[in-house]
Design a protein around this ligand. Structure first.
Ligand code: 4AD
Ligand code: MG
Length: 478
């Protein structure tokens, strides 16, 4: 029979939603059916048709419900075939699970009844059976692309990666914090904020026009709120949507993206932060590879054939650490000509990041200690002379460039106060200064762009193809 837990789950579901025609039929997902160890009578599987083949003697159907990479094979009498049983239609099949003779599958579903729940207009449907299109093609159909094998696999990987990241932090003693989406601060100070306004007029003449009495924005990062929590919990993380009104149309920027952020108290060393980033990357990736190998393989086989080897190298090797100053020296000595001349004090451009990764043997590289004037107010001053730096770290990965950004935070109240004063931010960040007055600890953390992480493990060139509904300048479909 089925595994006891799986059967119990299926029975429980069935009792809440019995099939009117077959009240006893146990509803199974495609995955549950595939994992069944033995034959079983009167089961019901629902899903979407991936292929139909009708022979004189037998009807073959493959159906998928998103629970598994492999579709479930259904066999039946050709008399069960109906005109609207076509590729893309939604069906419910009732029958017996029997041992399959096919070596690729343990069981198949011998259909006794097939009901077409929702026919699919095949002439207008933009996808065809067994046809693989480039990701750009699927991108034109944000409301339908999840029905293709490729996006179906991507979304399962995304789901497993989310769970893997949560389990990494949970296993390492981190408390998950829901940081707010609406905020009154600009953590990164880069002025890339989306400001909020109500759709209806809320204020009468003379009344404050702001719903919250102050200007409010969609968050660019949960870091400052995590820092609040790091005053009571030594290890915290958040994983949610973040928003940036960057005009960039690049292959690695979105206006809405998910960020994984962690904050650690009682740490005085950037090395501690670096270690967490490397462990997170390697542990989460190993979990994803073990949980959905076929989904990942689809990308490594058809989307980015070189990625499998690259990822193995990333997992096998220790990540490299270089300072920003060393990075600039490497770039200056590079035989290549860059569009932007590398110079101490200027930000590293994508072309520089790519060169540095290549120079280091296509292994992820941590670049540490960036110029003081390049980075936001909260980063810890290294007090290291005329070429003054802060204790910042960026992780650069092959094919993408920057994947993570983090730092030690300036825990010294007087240093922070004078920096905020110089920037005219004392009033807005008085609460942030307060944190340094009441049981402050040296602390630090980082943020990892979740979509860039998915691009990196799967080898997907454009960030718009690893998020269900991409938002970018001039486009907010659906
Ligand atoms: O380097 P960033 O701006 O760092 C922060 O926001 C810190 N406050 C995080 C922290 O220390 N808690 O962003 C972190 C990462 C980047 O390295 C990049 O991977 C991703 O977020 N990212 C984007 N991803 C997609 N689209 C964009 N527009 C992104 N901007 C940043
Ligand atoms: Mg950054």
């Amino acid at each position: 029979m089925f595994g006891a837990r799986c059967l119990l789950r299926a029975l429980r579901r069935c009792s809440s939603a019995p099939c009117p025609k077959h009240p006893q039929a146990v509803r199974l997902s495609v995955r549950e059916a595939q994992e069944a160890q033995e034959a079983a009578a009167d089961v019901k599987v629902q899903g979407w048709v991936r292929s139909v083949r009708s022979h004189k003697e037998v009807l073959f159907l493959h159906i998928n419900d998103g629970s598994s990479f492999e579709s479930l094979q259904v066999v039946g009498d050709p008399s069960l075939e109906k005109r609207d049983l076509t590729f893309g239609s939604a069906v419910e099949v009732q029958g017996k699970l029997v041992k399959s003779l096919h070596r690729k599958q343990n069981v198949e579903l011998k259909a006794e009844n097939i009901r077409v729940v929702g026919p699919c207009d095949n002439l207008a449907f933009p996808f065809k059976p067994r046809e693989r299109q480039p990701l750009e093609y699927y991108r034109q159909f944000p409301h339908l692309r999840c029905r293709t094998n490729t996006l179906n696999a991507l979304l399962r990987v995304r789901s497993e990666a989310t769970a893997a990241i949560h389990s990494f932090f949970k296993d390492n003693g981190y408390v998950h914090i829901h940081t707010p989406i609406i905020t009154s601060n600009d953590c990164e100070g880069a002025g890339e904020l989306f400001q909020l306004r109500t759709s209806n007029k809320v204020s009468e003449p003379g009344e404050n026009p702001h719903f919250f009495d102050v200007p409010a924005f969609l968050t660019v990062s949960g870091q400052l709120h995590l820092e609040v929590m790091a005053g009571a919990f030594t290890h915290v993380f958040t994983f949610g949507p973040t928003f940036r009104a960057e005009k960039s149309q690049s292959r690695r920027h979105l206006a809405e993206f998910y960020m994984v952020e962690a904050e650690i108290s009682f740490t005085e060393s950037l090395q501690d932060i670096i270690q967490v980033i490397e462990d997170l990357f390697k542990t989460a990736t190993s979990i994803v590879l073990s949980k959905c190998p076929h989904d990942v393989e689809l990308f490594h086989k058809y989307v980015s054939p070189a990625q499998k080897g690259r990822l193995e190298q990333m997992l096998k090797n220790k990540f490299i650490i270089i300072s920003y100053t060393e990075a600039v020296e490497i770039l200056k000595q590079a035989p290549e000509t860059f569009t932007f001349q590398p110079e101490w004090g200027s930000d590293l451009q994508t072309e520089h990041e790519k060169y540095l990764v290549k120079h280091c043997g296509e292994v992820p590289v941590f670049v540490i200690n960036y110029p003081y004037n390049l980075k936001p107010f909260y980063m810890r001053d290294n007090e290291d002379g005329p070429q003054r730096t802060v204790a910042a770290v960026d992780l650069l990965v092959p094919g993408i460039g920057e994947l993570c950004g983090g730092s030690l935070r300036e825990e010294r109240r007087d240093f922070l106060q004078s920096r905020l004063e110089r920037l005219g931010l004392t009033h807005a960040y008085h609460w942030y200064l307060d944190l340094r007055q009441f049981g402050s600890t040296p602390h630090g953390g980082f943020g990892m762009g979740f979509e860039r992480y998915l691009q990196c493990i799967l080898g997907v060139d454009n960030i718009k193809d690893v998020i269900p509904f991409p938002r970018f300048p001039h486009s907010c479909l659906l």
